[in-house]
Design a protein around this ligand. Structure first.
Ligand code: IFM
Length: 479
């Protein structure tokens, strides 16, 4: 299999698997470009490559925005004082009650797609429920109706980190019982909302979920058990495969009229790992190995039907699971930044580093738009349609975000021009509004809309207006 990130023995991969997932990251300004305000709206974006039905979206996830998520494992984790920031999610952005106005905000930005997650903990707050909570179901009914009224296409994530507290208390992902629980959630969701939803994402960033929760201990259940985190990952893969078949077997309604009733994928964090010193063969080998493992394991299994979580040393899982084969209709890429692998004896050996002077987000993450091109190019080898399901920056002052959005769209359009044979179907910005950023609390500001957490008032950021202008200019260019 061709590997655009380098040449790698698939087997020798994954030395630093846990480390991989910890670091989400992002952007760098393209040297030599004038600041956004000084260039035309479209700038370096090629407006000719976007098809009429291109999905322009913004994203959220249930626990990060809904508020009062009292039955979730995250809520319990926060109440127990275990969230690293010390900040509980509380009301979050109160999206549960303010979804109508938030959907209006999507429309105001010329967006046609909303990626959000169903709240498993609201639907099944207690163990053993044969039917989900009717009030939660009614609220999602209303949300879907509100999207339809605004011609917003829902892109639904079934599993985005948070879960019912009972499920985590019993460590049902560790034991594998959660596969049955997830099948139940999926079956209900597809039966109830197949008339509303065509775009389904089973799992968001599965390896982040597994490693953060079970080997780094920064997400619930807070375990430090690497072998168990691999087992959780394998169980998630099985749950995805089961969910894929449930959706494909039961969603027979073409809600958006594009000729297909259901497209199912995952949202995968794709991180180009590169050597800090390109001439250093050890750094190059390590970077390539980690890139290949973390960025490809899911898609290799999709090809082969073999769950292959193999490390050069330590625990490994290799299992035939034919049900997994061919269970992706598209690949969702969550892209934030690259990681530079460096051998630095003064800092204890292998470290993740950054070049001096690069532009960084408020989380210290490098701004590196070319990595989006590289990431799309990497997953293109798997021959599936691609959606950028997340791309965004924590930037409280909004000084970087206008260029960030422009430069990433420019890189995506450059790929679409170079490879017209690869369908790139959409771009979803993370996130529509500021929100609860997991262990980091409310400090990072990813939103197109700023949220005042005292009043819960939302304010459109200048970057959001610029994004809306870009979309309008692209649409005008095509019409
Ligand atoms: O907020 C998260 C999201 O839940 C998953 N992807 C990365 C985002 C920013 O860190």
């Amino acid at each position: 299999m061709r590997n655009p990130f380098g040449r790698i023995p698939l087997k020798a991969l994954a030395i630093a698997v846990p480390t991989i997932c910890l670091s989400l990251a992002c952007l760098t300004g393209i040297p030599g470009l004038p600041p956004f305000a000084d260039r035309p709206v479209i700038g370096r974006i090629d407006p000719t490559v976007f098809p009429r039905n291109f999905m322009w979206g913004a994203a959220s996830s249930a626990h990060q925005v809904e508020g009062n998520d009292v039955h979730s494992d995250w809520w319990a984790w926060e109440q127990a004082g275990r969230v690293r920031s010390g900040q509980p999610s509380g009301l979050a952005t109160d999206h549960w009650n303010r979804y109508e106005e938030d959907l209006d905000r999507l429309v105001a930005l010329n967006l046609n797609t909303y990626r959000f997650s169903l709240n498993w903990a609201r639907l099944y707050p207690q163990p053993g429920m044969s039917q989900p909570d009717p009030d939660a179901v009614a609220r999602y009914d209303a949300m879907f109706a509100a999207m339809a009224a605004r011609k917003i296409r829902p892109m639904v994530t079934l599993h985005h980190f948070s879960m019912p507290a009972w499920l985590t208390d019993q460590d049902r992902w560790g034991s594998g019982q959660a596969i049955e629980d997830f099948k139940k959630l999926t079956q209900f969701a597809v039966d109830r909302w197949k008339g509303d939803v065509d775009w389904w994402i089973t799992v968001n960033e599965p390896e982040v979920f597994a490693f953060h929760g079970w080997s780094r201990g920064v997400f619930p259940p807070g375990k430090l058990d690497f072998p168990l985190s691999l087992r959780v990952l394998a169980n998630l893969m099985k749950a995805h495969a089961e969910a894929y078949h449930i959706i494909k077997d039961h969603d027979d309604v073409d809600a958006d009229g594009d000729g297909s009733p259901a497209e199912v994928g995952i949202a995968h964090l794709v991180v180009p790992f590169e050597p800090y010193n390109p001439w250093n063969p050890i750094e190059a080998t390590i970077a390539t190995a980690i890139s290949t493992f973390s960025n490809a394991f899911w898609f290799v299994a999709d090809r082969t039907g073999i769950i292959d979580l193999r490390l050069p040393f330590g625990p490994e899982i290799v299992e035939e699971f034919p049900l997994f084969q061919g269970t992706l209709d598209f690949i969702g890429i969550n892209y934030y930044s690259r990681q530079l692998m460096r051998i630095d004896p003064l800092r204890g050996g292998l470290v993740i580093d950054q070049y001096p002077g690069v532009v960084r987000s408020s989380l210290g993450i490098e701004v590196y738009p070319k990595g989006l091109y590289d990431s799309i190019n990497f997953v293109a080898q798997f021959g599936l349609p691609i959606i950028v399901t997340e791309n965004g920056i924590a930037d409280e002052t909004d000084e970087l975000r206008p260029d960030y959005i422009h430069d990433h769209l420019a890189e995506m359009s450059r790929f679409m021009r170079d490879r017209p044979d690869v369908p790139v179907l959409g771009y979803v910005y993370w996130s529509l509004t500021d929100n609860f950023e997991w262990e980091k609390g409310f400090t990072p500001r990813f939103g197109l809309y700023e949220v005042n957490y005292e009043t819960l008032e939302r304010t459109m950021r200048p970057s959001a207006a610029a994004f809306a202008e870009i979309i309008a200019a692209i649409n005008n260019n095509r019409d």
